[in-house]
Design a protein around this ligand. Structure first.
Ligand code: BG6
Length: 519
């Protein structure tokens, strides 16, 4: 059964909705067995399982498919199937409930191993499951490992895969790939140590490092906006661009992730990966082709052109914050230090803002402002390219502000692109005011973008690495933020908490830039 709203609008005599022109259904993935390490955890039930189920509903999973849960919680196969059904019921959107024949046949492909990640025998059992799946479901020897566990156990799991002969070199029948959730390391040293372990077992072309922002449709559209049009690229440089602002703000707090977040903070959790990846897509040169490595080469070059700040410059190019109590959507919420598993005097930042420069021909002198934080006024991710002011004023009354042009790439919750320009206000006087040309995916294509995890899971099953991060770029991203991490960890911020939940963030961010776009 195909979700009608996602079906391509083609076929003889069928009325084609012009908004849907060009929308095709996705290519079916390769047959495979996918194992989720950490299948009893939060990520699996909220994101991964609903995404797999959606792929099944959309007809993107092949008939040769099987899913293995591998986690500590004790389940029989049948209990795991019941658990999956409940979670899909709870977390999949309306209209995609697990029921009927489709669910029954899907449930048959689910199995479970109650496992200790340190027990070699459990990994040997996994090998047997793969072999049985190949015979029973025709999964063709193809194996996908998905590490959806806390990062502390990544190295141990990868080492066990090697010891159980589950590495790609020991699979003569099909492919073997590994998907690694973020964070890839907790700092530069641990990321390098993890990479050492990974590369002993997998080649780089077998490794799919997830940054789910790259799977968001408007993020994929950044390259299309730039390279499938002629009008933007000529002005996409230091001659016309005044500054770039990248924001990823959230109104949620840390939820029940206190123990993770205490050791992470906004810089590690969002800037090192999601926000820097957005920066790379905005700033990169046109790739020589749309091939995964051609694109990733260009992203790598952007990071190579960003010099990590000197320790003594961190104070002037970075600002941090931590939320105190406040009001979100009319309800009182506690401050960060009052959240479960957070130290009463915690120095962890829940807000980070940076000013970066890209030292290359295109961007010399253009500041890139990045910010991300929890418990801000609202959830919004966007990129704002502000162009230079007009060189000479001809229009407008003296009291009119003539704002610079601005291109806003809206990632969420709105998805689209808006262009701000100045227009004459109708009437006898020559008043000038800003107006917007506004494109939204929903109205433009009559189509809701599938969640990022659907796209990313399908790509990993198809062997397309374009939307996954390559080690060389991950390493540089850590190098870029390391001096800021060092300074922030070694100096206590006595002003914390320095912004109220539900606000625009700390005043310290205004020292970097007075005109942050209002959240
Ligand atoms: C995750 C972070 O990577 O991204 C979370 O660990 C954050 O802290 C989340 O809430 C935000 O993702 P999205 O897709 O809701 O913007």
């Amino acid at each position: 059964m195909l979700d009608a709203s996602l079906a391509p609008a083609t076929g003889d005599g069928e009325r084609v909705n012009p908004l849907r022109a060009g929308i095709e259904s996705d290519r079916i993935t390769d047959p495979c067995s996918i194992v989720f390490f950490g299948a009893s955890g939060d990520l699996f039930k909220r994101m991964l399982l609903p995404a797999i189920w959606a792929l099944r509903l959309r007809g993107i999973l092949p008939s040769g498919f099987a899913l293995i849960g591998f986690a500590r919680t004790k389940y029989s196969d049948q209990e795991f199937r019941d658990y999956c059904r409940q979670q899909i019921d709870a977390f999949a959107p309306d209209g995609s409930k697990p029921q009927g024949e489709l669910w029954e046949s899907f449930a048959q492909c689910l199995s479970y191993i109650t496992a200790d990640f340190k027990q070699l025998t459990h990994f040997q059992e996994l090998r047997k499951h793969f072999e049985e799946n190949d015979k029973r479901f025709g999964t063709g020897g193809n194996r996908l490992f998905y590490l959806a566990t806390p990062p502390s156990v990544f190295p141990g799991i990868i080492e066990m895969l090697r010891r159980a002969n589950l590495d790609p070199r020991n699979n003569e029948q099909g492919w073997t790939r590994v998907v690694i959730e973020k964070p890839f390391g907790t700092d530069l040293a641990s990321a390098r140590a993890l990479q050492k372990i990974v590369q002993r077992v997998f080649g780089e072309h077998d490794v799919y490092r997830i940054d789910h922002y790259l799977g968001k449709e408007p993020v994929q559209d950044i390259m299309a906006l730039r390279f499938a049009n002629t009008i933007f690229e000529p002005i996409w440089n230091r001659n016309y661009v005044q500054s770039v602002q990248i924001t990823s703000a959230e109104s949620i707090g840390i939820e029940d992730r206190g123990s993770y977040y205490e050791n992470a903070g906004a810089l590690r959790d969002m800037i090192q990966n999601h926000v820097l990846n957005l920066l790379a897509l905005v700033a990169m040169e046109p790739p020589v082709s749309s091939d995964a490595d051609a694109i990733r080469n260009e992203k790598f070059k952007v990071f190579s052109a960003i010099a990590p700040p000197r320790h003594e410059d961190v104070m002037s190019m970075a600002a941090r914050g931590q939320y105190g109590p406040g009001i979100i959507e009319g309800a009182k919420v506690p401050g960060y230090r009052g959240e479960p598993d957070v130290a009463p005097q915690s120095n962890t930042e829940t807000f980070a803002a940076l000013r970066m420069s890209i030292d290359n021909w295109r961007w010399a002198g253009v500041p890139f402002y990045l910010r991300s934080g929890k418990r801000l006024a609202r959830k919004i991710s966007e990129i704002v390219v502000t162009f230079k002011p007009i060189p000479h004023r001809l229009y407008g009354e003296s009291t009119d502000a003539i704002e610079p042009n601005m291109l806003v790439i809206k990632i969420e919750p709105d998805e689209g692109v808006a262009l701000r320009f100045e227009a004459k206000v109708p009437g006898p006087k020559s008043h000038i005011r800003s107006v917007f040309m506004d494109f939204n995916y929903g109205t433009g294509f009559g189509f809701h973008s599938p969640p990022a995890y659907e796209r990313l899971l399908a790509d990993a099953m198809r062997g397309d690495q374009t939307l996954f991060t390559r080690w060389d770029a991950v390493e540089l991203a850590w190098e870029i933020i390391t001096p800021v991490l060092d300074v922030w960890e070694n100096t206590k911020d006595f002003t914390f908490p320095n912004y109220a939940a539900g606000s625009q963030g700390p005043d310290t961010a205004l020292q970097l830039l007075a005109e942050w776009r209002r959240l």
